[in-house]
Design a protein around this ligand. Structure first.
Ligand SMILES: [Zn+2]
Length: 258
């Protein structure tokens, strides 16, 4: 990913989507105070409404996008993905879901993260974009593959023409998980190889969300997957990390628009 600075904001963009307005925003340059400093986009983490609204305004202004056109969902750790035509008038979210796709220009898709994996999609032939939120639950339910199926069924996309990218999220060095997660990974992928590693001292398990989502996408026929490889727990100076900050943290944004 390539870092950009606009006004007070700093965000990262994928080389894969150079022709699109998009970014993964760091926590720098916003209005939120104390442990939420400062570009918090989470509406239910105890922040002031005015601060969150101003943060959204700054974020969209930095990409020359209209904040009133923003489309978002109420993220519920599901594998449900929806097709978006326009923002839902009078409220901030369109549905309870964890993925959105659209072929409409000037319809920015925005989601919020703090360790869960942001997935981005672009089909340059059919001109379709998407974004998804993949924590371990979404990952072991195959939300990446679900997004590809939705793009194929709705817009006639061909999987190998879709470009995907995996954004900053908690890395395999920091994501210790319990037995139930390991078993869910085994059940979905049929293997743990390259997905779960064990600590040499105490044999605790660590999940590689980047590798798991990349495998899910490749199995769905996607050839081009850019992986940011940035661990949120290692970089709490730039990103919110639910795990590293013991749940007392904000949400950073991923945005993509045609
Ligand atoms: Zn880390």
């Amino acid at each position: 990913m390539i870092a950009h600075t606009r006004a007070s904001l700093r965000y990262y963009a994928f080389e894969t989507f150079a022709e699109l307005r998009h970014g993964v925003f760091t926590r720098l340059g916003g209005m939120s105070q104390a442990h939420l400093h400062s570009l918090n986009l989470g509406g239910n983490v105890g922040d002031e409404e005015g601060a969150v609204a101003e943060n959204y305004r700054r974020l969209f202004a930095s990409l020359d996008l209209q904040v009133e056109r923003a489309c978002s969902v109420w993220q519920v750790h599901s594998k449900d993905c929806i097709v978006v035509d326009q923002p839902a008038e009078g409220r901030h979210w369109i549905a309870r879901a964890d993925g959105m796709v659209t072929a409409h220009p000037n319809t920015p898709l925005v989601m919020r993260f703090a360790d869960c994996t942001p997935l981005f999609f672009y089909d340059p032939i059919q001109r379709v974009i998407g974004i998804a939120h993949a924590g371990w639950r979404g990952t072991v339910q195959g939300i990446g593959g679900q997004m590809i199926r939705l793009m194929v069924e709705t817009y006639g996309c061909v999987p190998h023409q879709i470009r995907a990218a995996i954004g900053p999220s908690i890395g395999p060095d920091h994501y210790q998980v319990g037995d139930e997660v390991v078993e869910a990974v085994r059940a979905h992928f049929g293997t743990l190889e390259g997905l779960v590693s064990y600590d040499a001292w105490d044999y605790s398990a660590y999940l590689n969300l980047w590798a798991a989502n990349e495998l899910d996408l490749r199995r769905s026929g996607v050839n081009h997957v850019e992986v940011a490889g940035i661990c949120t727990a290692c970089h709490t100076d730039e990103f919110y990390s639910h795990r590293a900050e013991q749940g007392k943290t904000g949400r950073f944004a991923g945005v993509i628009s045609l």
